[in-house]
Design a protein around this ligand. Structure first.
Ligand code: TYM
Length: 332
């Protein structure tokens, strides 16, 4: 029998997740969990690279797990765990730090962006963020990493560092490939479609949060920025707003962009925006209901995390032991 490939991804349990995270990440994972050995982490160690309120971080960790489950990620098929529960992540990160150059990290787009946004706290963790991410991925001998396009540079670094280590010693890490989905690899801000929809956008009307109720979702879509002209056509160069809405509609209804265009042929922007809002709200409401139900059962959620951490640690520790041996750490 052919060996199943390994897939790894993670989300930070910070702020409010947006439909960008849902489409760019979780929704794709659903389709992949049947075909790969999947590891999905809650990246709380990445989260503290910007200041968090401790009680909220704890709460959001459980909330994120409940969300994974509410979306249909199956803990029997996948390993679901919290990054800090598996110490090998921090341990491998330290070793990989010695195979990563300061200049490379200074050039990372996300580091530069975040340094501007958090000028009062440009900490070493923020700069080291891609190396921790490389450690996450490489510990599990990962074949594929499904992420949004904003993570491209970080997956590239994981590949570079893996190759560098493999070349310095003997092959130790599998060199992972990023997997970007065609539709929804980049969902943009509703108020400024030239920017990605983000958890931390300045104008909250630009982002649809997974916690937004139906009325809020529809109101935000009604206010979404469109473009000049009146045609509803997918043309990201000239019609960034309309194209973004078509991508969202397509991701939420499962229709192709062409089918989506056909649905709105001859219709005005008003009807179009309302229909996109309704399609999104129709999908979000049942997920939100299921998430609240799960959050009421803390014992179940903790059970999932305990078993996830055990399974993850088993794989991770194997890789770490190999690394320690190769770099010459004395073993007892
Ligand atoms: P995070 O938490 O910022 O985002 C989680 C995932 O959501 C995707 N995403 C988007 N996709 C499309 N459009 C958007 N507007 C949008 N916003 C976010 C992101 O690309 C990501 O896939 N560093 C990672 C978490 C992480 C990780 C890892 C990922 C830690 N370790 C190892 C993969 C492998 C991050 O910050 O994601």
């Amino acid at each position: 029998m052919e060996e199943r490939k390994t897939l790894y991804s993670a989300i930070q349990p910070t702020n409010n997740l947006t439909i960008g995270n849902l489409i760019g990440a979780i929704k794709n994972w659903l389709n992949l969990q049947n075909d790969y050995d999947c590891y999905f982490a809650i990246a709380n160690m990445h989260a503290i690279t910007v200041r968090q309120v401790p009680a909220e971080l704890r709460q959001k960790t459980l909330s994120m797990l409940a969300l994974y489950l509410a979306c249909g990620i199956d803990p029997e098929k996948c390993v679901l765990y919290v990054q800090s529960h598996v110490p090998a992540h921090a341990e491998l990160c330290w070793v990989l730090n010695t195979f990563t150059y300061v200049g490379e990290m200074e050039r990372m787009t996300q580091f530069k962006d975040k340094s501007l946004r958090h000028a009062e706290n440009i900490n070493m963790g923020l700069m080291d963020y891609p190396v921790l991410m490389a450690a996450d991925i490489l510990l599990y001998q990962t074949d594929v990493v499904p992420v949004g396009l904003d993570q491209r540079q970080h997956v590239e670094i994981a590949r570079d560092v893996a190759q560098r280590f493999n070349n310095a010693f003997t092959p130790t890490f599998k060199v992972p490939e990023a997997l970007y989905m065609k539709v929804g690899a980049k969902i943009n801000d509703l108020q400024d479609p030239s920017k990605k929809m983000s958890k931390s956008a300045e104008n909250p009307n630009g982002s649809i949060f997974l916690t937004d109720d139906r009325d809020t979702v529809i109101r935000k879509f009604k206010r979404a920025v469109t473009d000049s002209g009146s045609e509803i056509k997918y043309d990201p160069e000239n019609k960034a707003g309309v194209s973004n809405l078509l991508s969202i509609y397509s991701a939420f209804t499962g229709k192709s962009v062409l089918e989506a265009e056909a649905d709105f042929a001859g219709k005005g922007y008003g009807d179009f925006k309302l229909a996109v809002g309704e399609a999104v709200a129709d999908r979000l409401t049942p997920i939100q209901n299921e998430q609240s139900k799960l959050l009421a059962d803390k014992a179940y959620l903790e059970g999932v995390l305990r078993s996830g951490a055990e399974r993850a640690a088993k794989t991770a520790n194997k890789t770490l032991a190999k690394v320690y041996k190769k770099i010459g750490f004395y073993q007892l």
